[in-house]
Design a protein around this ligand. Structure first.
Ligand code: C2O
Ligand code: CU
Ligand code: CU
Length: 494
């Protein structure tokens, strides 16, 4: 089917996408409506099992201050549906992959063996690693080969990161097959060390009638992968049980391709304590909801209800990401918070000051990045979302910065969709949203590596790159990234 024809079938304003559109990828017959349960040959993913705590990647380094391990990216079969084996691509055979759990100051050395049938890389999303250790598309790891990544974790980097493949034009495919995992950096002086902690990695999966991961469709490559079931730590609608009244720190990672998570927990408020690059200066809240765009992370503190034996739903609420009603997401339940029958415990206190978010100082340069689309409206089809009107070319340099220079980047979204824009190599800060005299300053300082830029708006970030080399600037809707919504920033030595 031609894209034009295909897109012509969408009903503007329907608030969802049409089911059953056969896309370009094949095997997508019966693609369900966004937010509806996926029945695959009558069977749905098992739901309601206890929340899995993720496996940790074992440290093989004998001395302290070092982390050494290996990862194997390889095909693996898992039984996700009764009586069927789903073929996936996994790190060390795990869905999701193992958590890298390290400390500030550590020297990290991870060998990655590629047993996949195509090039891969491992990108350490959000971490300030040297450009040649960044796992960008410039540095593919060929099938059958092993690549060693090695980098230091400077002090001040404590936070919640993740790792995923970043191979040229196949990132969406590789992540949809199961390759993604958390990377947690801890500080020696963590002001929240007294709180019990839970990591929740949210991923999406879309299975066809044979229980296999369905390939990307034309619709996916236009508005981002649609119709996935959301998994938390690899499980559908898991149950997280806590003693009534208990206070916990949740690290939530959005590792979906395109699904914005506007999180809310029935009967509870969140306190936001951290973002992509770690803790805020002070807690923010209480909040009734928090938006986590694709690739972003939040750390929130939740104090569970004091009522024993109660159940509450954590859900991703309805969220529209385009002005045509095509890339809108219906509300979907993510996880059940269940209180045990035990007597309540007293809530724990969060300190009023967490970790200062240092000001970067005044900018010495400004850049403007324009998110564009080719063609008319959403009818332009796949590949229509670009940066400054140009598709990604890894042999071209789009922006030049100098090591140590503080820069303000105004990112202007002229397209009909929201885009979560990610920049490699460093954490940055949102300064304001809107333009000129209509700019609204960011309500608090926070370290982020991905900024959501809604359709028709602008966001200004302040950033300093501390290491030379070529860095990727891209939309983290993985289909957009693969289709060319990516640019190269060359950071030159001073
Ligand atoms: Cu998480 Cu360039 O990516
Ligand atoms: Cu990244
Ligand atoms: Cu995008």
């Amino acid at each position: 089917m031609k894209r034009r024809e295909f897109l012509g079938m969408a009903v503007a304003g329907a608030g969802s996408i049409l089911p059953g559109c056969g896309g370009g990828g094949g095997g997508s017959a019966g693609m369900p409506m966004v937010g509806s349960p996926i029945a695959s040959g009558g069977a749905a993913l098992t739901q309601g099992l206890p929340l899995k705590s993720l496996a940790t990647l074992a440290n093989a380094a004998p001395e302290s201050g070092r982390f050494a391990a290996s990862l194997v990216a390889a095909p693996a079969g898992l039984s996700l549906l009764e009586g069927r084996t789903t073929s996936l691509w996994l790190y060390n055979g795990l869905l999701p992959g193992p958590v890298v759990d390290v400390r500030e100051g550590d020297r990290v050395r991870i060998a990655v063996e590629n047993r996949l049938p195509l090039d891969t890389t491992v990108h350490w999303h959000g971490l300030p690693v040297p450009a040649d250790q960044d796992g960008s598309p410039l540095d593919p790891v060929r099938p059958g080969s092993t690549r060693v990544y090695e980098f230091d974790l400077p002090s001040g980097t404590a936070g919640t990161y993740w790792y995923h493949p970043h191979a040229h034009q196949t990132t969406a495919q590789q992540v949809s097959m199961g390759l993604a995992a958390p990377f947690i950096v801890r500080a020696g002086d963590d002001p929240l060390a007294h709180l019990p902690e839970v990591t929740m990695l949210v991923t999406g999966i879309r299975l066809d009638a044979n229980g296999q991961v369905s390939p990307g469709t034309a619709m996916d490559f236009t508005v981002g992968r649609q119709g996935e079931q959301l998994l938390v730590n690899g499980g559908r609608l898991p149950v997280h049980s806590v003693r009534p009244g208990s206070t916990q720190r949740w690290r939530i990672l959005n590792a979906t391709s395109a699904r914005y998570l506007r999180l809310a927990l029935d009967g509870h408020a969140f306190t936001l304590v951290g973002t992509d690059g770690g803790l805020l200066g002070a807690p923010v809240g209480p909040l009734s909801e928090v938006l986590v765009a694709p690739a972003q992370r939040v750390e929130i503190v939740v104090t569970a209800s004091a009522t024993p034996g109660a159940r509450f739903t954590l859900r991703a609420q309805r969220h529209a990401i385009d002005t045509m009603g095509m890339g809108s997401y219906a509300a979907e339940d993510l996880l059940t918070l269940a209180t045990t029958a035990e007597s309540p415990v007293a809530p724990l206190v969060i300190p009023a000051a967490l970790r200062p978010v240092a000001s970067l100082g005044p900018a010495v340069a400004r850049k403007r990045v324009t998110l564009t689309q080719s063609g008319m409206g959403m009818m332009a089809g796949a590949g229509s979302f670009l940066i400054d009107g140009r598709p990604f070319d890894m042999n071209r340099v789009d922006y030049v910065s100098t090591v140590g220079d503080v820069e303000d980047w105004e990112i202007v979204n002229q397209t009909m969709m929201d885009h979560p824009i990610h920049i490699h190599g460093t954490q940055f800060q949102l300064l304001s949203r809107g333009s000129g005299s209509f700019a609204t300053p960011a309500p608090y300082a926070a370290w982020i590596d991905t900024v959501d830029v809604p359709s028709g708006t602008a966001a200004t970030i302040r950033m300093r790159q501390d290491m030379p080399g070529k860095r990727m600037v891209h939309c983290h809707i993985l289909e957009h990234e693969d289709e060319g919504m990516m640019a190269v920033l060359e950071v030159r030595p001073r």
